[in-house]
Write a protein of this length. Structure first.
Length: 200
């Protein structure tokens, strides 16, 4: 078995779980709950950054972050399962980078509000991060293609980014980006693992 250190709300951990399903490897994962805020949690020994997700292979090798783990899963599945090997490869990887950036900027907004008293929250910083999310969503609204028959890492990451915005920001994006809303509905219908890996 491979051990996946993650937590249910993590969009990056969700990427791994969806990808493992798509690669036919989910049955080999043992998911271990992780508290990154706990200094006693062993995740800090497994990943010096103390971040999730971390994948521990059967020989004890630790892999992080999500993009590295996804590449490893793709290799285990025989290459090309979730990362195109030729045509479309860099478009998929770039889409993943954009979606991950949306997640990162969203998490920074959550942390600013969670860990700072209200009087110490820096609104220009919050606005700066929110603007990254807005620009990313605007680009995707104008350019995203319908989900493919074989979802790739960019599509997995985008679905997880939109799912995180639903979870942490009450789905406010939905009223502004109808094409992305339809895209996510289509992805969810085609990939049952998306709904199965959400926070319920």
């Amino acid at each position: 078995m491979w051990v996946l250190r993650s937590s249910p709300p993590s969009p990056f951990g969700r990427k791994i779980k969806i990808a493992a399903h798509l690669c036919g490897l989910f049955g080999r994962l043992q998911i271990e709950a992780t508290n990154t805020a706990d200094p006693e949690d062993s995740v800090r020994q497994q990943n010096p950054l103390g971040k999730i997700p971390v994948l521990i292979t059967e020989d004890g090798t630790t892999l992080y972050d999500s993009r590295v783990i996804l590449e490893w899963l793709d290799e285990q599945a025989g290459r090309g399962a979730i990362i195109p090997t030729e045509q479309g490869r860099f478009a998929a990887l770039t889409m993943q980078s954009l979606a991950d950036g949306i997640i990162d900027a969203s998490i920074l907004q959550v942390y600013e509000r969670r860990f700072r008293p209200e009087e110490k929250q820096h609104q220009p910083w919050l606005d700066y991060q929110a603007d990254k999310v807005r620009r990313g969503l605007e680009w995707l609204e104008a350019n995203v293609a319908d989900p493919g028959a074989s979802p790739h890492v960019g599509e997995i990451a985008l679905a997880c980014a939109l799912g995180y915005l639903d979870f942490r920001f009450d789905g406010e994006w939905r009223g502004t980006y109808p094409r992305l809303q339809q895209w996510l509905a289509d992805f969810s219908a085609a990939v049952p693992a998306f709904e199965a890996t959400g926070v319920h």
